[in-house]
Design a protein around this ligand. Structure first.
Ligand SMILES: C[S@@+](CC[C@H](N)C(=O)[O-])C[C@H]1O[C@@H](n2cnc3c(N)ncnc32)[C@H](O)[C@@H]1O
Length: 350
């Protein structure tokens, strides 16, 4: 049965041990590396448009402190102080309450800064693959570590009987048939197109978007950097099958709604859709060094994948699954050097 991503998918909420809030340092680190690029893009936008009231949106904001940190960076980067309309977007299943509870501290921090700007925060729950905001209401949009999440599991990975063609993997790996790879790439292209189409209506001419997307440095789909997390997750499922905790068929029918594009794919879609110009492009790399243990990596994946896994397999396997996963990742990290790769782009609305 098809999973409706919009109704199920969310980062682990709250502030507990398995929360996204406590397990999102990889995403925070990637975003920090493009601070300069994002600030420059915001300054250029402001000096070109000089609005009295500046509309900023964070798409795929999640519930962690990352969201308001980005907003603070945006607000503080403007030398003069216009009024800020801040739109926080995520899927309706997101834990917005945890985010809202941190707002008093956020406002207090701003007050203590130099400018004491007027900032009005509102939430816009919904999928960023459709329309979210009024016509020409935004000057600057950022979306960090979110656009690699597809709107759905690509329908092209199933055969006529609805069976997954990707039975020996949960994502693209060397074992995946070509049809599966093509279906993932096609879904990403359709989704990015829909994202650009929506923003084309909402962002005013001269406005900018800074996007940070988990991606591939080269066009090769199979570099281990890209597949080791998913291959080891698949192996952890198989361990639970061997212990009689889950059925093999359940594993064979589990696939993720995720895709890591390369530069060329993003460029092609931006050019063909035609509403934005690609102004800057950067690859952001982070080595998985000794600060990352198997447990740290497993918790990071759990914080983003738990909702989808528990929807498919049930809540009961979660601790055991991720304990197995952490052990496998420990071995993997000890013997190989991996990198987390993100693609940063700045787009200007034509
Ligand atoms: C890995 S988190 C990144 C959160 C935050 N931007 C950060 O940098 O820490 C990805 C976020 O994108 C959201 N997301 C995924 N697909 C989405 C969609 N179609 N519309 C809105 N948000 C979406 C997820 O719910 C999740 O909160």
């Amino acid at each position: 049965m098809e999973v409706v991503v919009e109704k199920v998918f969310h980062m682990n909420g709250g502030g507990g041990d398995t929360s996204y809030h406590l397990n999102s340092s990889l995403q925070k680190n990637a975003a920090e590396r493009i601070n300069e690029l994002a600030i420059e893009a915001m300054e250029q936008t402001y000096s070109a448009l000089r609005p009295e009231s500046l509309g900023i949106a964070d798409l795929g904001c999640s519930s962690a402190s990352n969201a308001l940190r980005y907003i603070k960076m945006a607000v503080n980067s403007f030398m003069s102080t216009p009024e800020f309309r801040v739109c926080l977007n995520d899927l309706p299943t997101n834990d917005f309450n945890t985010l809202f509870k941190t707002l008093p501290d956020f406002y207090q921090d701003l007050k203590e800064g130099n400018n004491n700007p007027s900032v009005f925060v509102a939430a816009y729950p919904g999928s960023f693959y459709g329309r979210l905001f009024p016509h020409k209401s935004l000057h600057f949009v950022f979306s960090f570590c979110a656009l690699q999440w597809l709107s759905r599991i690509p329908p092209g990975i199933y055969d006529d009987q609805g069976r997954s063609l990707n039975r020996e993997s949960v994502y693209i790996t060397k074992k995946s048939p070509r049809q599966v790879i093509d279906a993932y790439a096609k879904q990403f292209a359709e989704d990015l197109w829909a994202f650009l189409e929506g923003r084309a209506v909402e962002v005013m001419s001269g406005g900018r978007m800074a996007l940070l997307i988990a991606g591939r440095k080269i066009s090769d789909y199979f570099s281990l950097d890209k597949t080791f997390l998913w291959e080891n997750l698949y192996q952890s499922f198989l361990t639970l099958v061997s212990k009689g905790k889950i059925e093999k068929e359940m594993v064979e029918s589990y696939d993720v709604h995720f895709y890591e594009p390369c530069k060329q794919e993003i460029e092609d879609i931006v050019r063909k859709e035609g509403s934005f110009e690609l102004e800057r492009f950067e690859i952001v790399e982070k080595e998985i060094d000794s600060s990352f243990s198997g447990v740290v990596m497993a918790k990071a994946v759990r914080a983003v994948q738990q909702s989808m896994i528990s929807h498919h397999f049930g809540e009961g396997i979660m601790d055991e699954l991720f304990d197995e996963y952490a052990k496998l990742l420990d071995k993997e990290i000890a013997t190989n050097n991996y990198k987390v790769i993100h693609i940063a782009v700045v787009l200007t609305k034509l």
